[in-house]
Design a protein around this ligand. Sequence first.
Ligand SMILES: [Zn+2]
Ligand SMILES: [Zn+2]
Length: 264
Amino acid sequence: MDEFLRWLVLAFWSIVGGLAIVWGVAGYYHLRYYVLRRHEPETWKCQPKRWLRPEQQRQAMRLTTLNMTVGGLLSGTFIWSLDRGLPTGLYFDFAERGWAWFLFSSAAFFVLVDLLAYYAHRAMHHKLVFRQVHSWHHRYVATTPFVVTAMHPVEFLTFQAVTFVPMFFLPIYYLTAITVFVYILVFNIIDHSGVKLSSRWPWQGPTSFHDDHHAHFHCNFGQCLLLWDRLHGTLRRKNRRYGADVYGGRGSGGSSDDDFVSYK
Ligand SMILES: [Zn+2]
Ligand SMILES: [Zn+2]
C-alpha cells in the first residue's frame, strides 16, 4: 500500500479509537448522572452546588475533541513509524520474554508513567506555567467527564510525550502499552466526572481525589496513585488553606503535623 495512504488509515483509526473511548465513556456518565439524576445532585455529585455553565460545557467538549484528535494523529504516526523501524523497547512476540518479565515490566511501566505524570503535572503548577498554560484546565472548578482533556494543547502534548517516554527505554509487550494507555484515559474521564465514585482497584484513588485538585488547585497532583503526593507531602491536609493563589502544594496556615485528608 502507498505509504501516505497507510499513514492516513492508521491516523484515522487512532483518532476514531480515542474519540470513541472519550465520547462513549464520558457520554455514559453524562447521561447517567447529569441528565437522568440532575434533580438530586446531593446524592451523587462531588460539588453539588457547583455546575459548569452551558457554554463552559460546550467549550470543554470542543477542547477535549480537538486535543484527542491531535493525540490520535500523533499516535497513528507513532504506529506508522514503528513499522518503518522506529527504535523503541516494544516487543510483539510474547514468547520472546515470557511471563515473569511481562508481569514485572507491565507493573513497572504503569508505575513509571504515573510517576512521570505526577512530576509533569506538578511542574504545570509552577506559577508561570500555571498562569500561561495549566489555568486553561483549571477554569473548570467543578469538572464533568468532558473536561478530561479540556486543556491547553501544549499541556496535552506534554502529557502525551511523558506517557510515551518509558516505551523507548523499557522492553514492554505492545498489548501492555495499549492497555495502560486505555486504562489511564478511562480513569481520567471517571476522575473528571464530578461524580462521587470509588474504584474497585486498590491502587486507584476515588474520584474525590482529583475533584479536590480542581476545587483546591495546588495539591493532589497525582494521576492514578496517591503514593507520590503522600511521599512529597502534596496530598491535601486538613486545617490548611488552599486556593488558586496558594502555590507550592502544601497549602498555607496549619501546622506541620496536620493530618492528610483520607481518600477511600
Ligand atoms: Zn492541575
Ligand atoms: Zn483535571
